[in-house]
Design a protein around this ligand. Structure first.
Ligand code: FES
Length: 126
């Protein structure tokens, strides 16, 4: 069976944006995918209530890499409130949809971003 990935998914998988680690992040989100056991980290830097910088690391499949790349692209420069509103559907739409069996991989990216924001807010006691 061949997996149907959109051109955008393949592009983000082959040339991931914002991959790596941030030094002294203001927030870190770590999630594990219960379905496959893959893991993902999202790091954020906040300035003036905006996501100034964001990076991710993932031990995951092509879809997990593509969705992380896309969500970091979408979240960069956004306010915390805007970034929190990025939904799983938004990512999958922006990527031109994902094969249904890969939907859980896109959940990973949005959950990791939300956790990173929560981590930041807890540290700042917001
Ligand atoms: Fe594990 Fe996609 S199969 S994140």
């Amino acid at each position: 069976m061949t997996m149907q990935y959109s051109k955008k998914v393949i592009d983000h998988f082959k040339n991931p944006r914002n991959m790596g680690k941030l030094k002294n992040p203001d927030g870190t989100g770590k999630v594990g995918n219960p379905v496959c056991g893959d893991r993902m980290f999202v790091y954020i830097k906040i300035k003036d209530n905006k996501i100034q910088d964001i990076k991710f690391q993932t031990l995951g499949c092509a879809a997990a890499i593509a969705t992380s790349s896309m969500i970091t692209d979408m979240a960069k420069g956004k306010t915390i409130e805007q970034a929190k509103k990025i939904t799983r559907q938004d990512i999958s739409k922006a990527l031109g949809s994902l094969p249904p069996i890969k939907e859980h991989c896109s959940n990973l990216a949005s959950d990791a971003l939300k956790k990173a924001i929560k981590d930041y807010q807890q540290k700042k006691k917001i």
